[in-house]
Design a binder for this molecule. Sequence first.
Ligand SMILES: [Zn+2]
Length: 312
Amino acid sequence: MRRLLFALVALLAIVLLVGFAMRRTLTPRLAALVSEPPPPKPPPPLDPGVAWSGAWYTIERLDEATIAIGEPRSEGRNVSYLLLGDERALLFDAGEGAADLSPVVYDLTDLPVTVLPSHLHYDHVGSIEKFDAIALPDLPELRAQAPGGVLVPTFDQFLGVVVDREPPRIEVTEWWTPDEPVDLGGREVVVRHTPGHTRESVSLWDPRRRWLFSGDYLVPAPLYAFLPGSSIGAYRSTARTLLRTLPDDTSFWGAHDEKTDTRAPRLAIADLRDLSRVLEAIGRGEAEASGLFPRVYPVNERIELWADIGDH
Ligand SMILES: [Zn+2]
């Protein structure tokens, strides 16, 4: 009897230890087990300059050739960006797919459209299969995953389990090398590899406007650095590189909206400096945090950093 009890206690300890060690990948699975996918929010009143395109998406012109496409009824209030050149258009992120994004985009432009996701989470690749031309950043990890040019995101890259979605089959038509300009016709953009939120995360730099479309790396909301593939060390080195290379008057357009505003979320270099200060303090073991998993580090009045335990 004592032997059985000992075996049970040992088994329980092993289950707890393994569960703790696998907390990042188990968390989305447990979340999906204990809760239903969140229902669509009621349509909010829109801020000046923002208009509905159908029942799900909103349109906001940031300038004559750049349009933010919002999803204010989604849980994460996702925002994708349509960049128009003279010859081609680039869609940065493809929403969560609650409604088909392609008619909204083709309503806005007659140009051929290429989609580039900032990363492979479900809320950025939802409508990606609806577009004929798909670019991915030319990163060794992604290349290795795409024999024959077709990439299916892994469970951890996609995390669609929390909304009960299957990963897309991404037929890659172009591989864009980080730091090399892509010509849209009279408008150049540059893919920047900005890991931290995930390993394959990229941002998009528009040098003429001094805009960085920052995906989930920098948004006016919790920054998720506790997920599978997230890393505080990568977050910190990305911040160092961006601060070293971006002009002081850079604006950042994030991929998730604020709770109180339906306009596209815009941040400044001061926000990146605030984030960098916290990341450096975490590295020195001097940052204040609350909570256990995730550890919540305040950054400023608009931003928090959510990290894993012991990730420095
Ligand atoms: Zn994400």
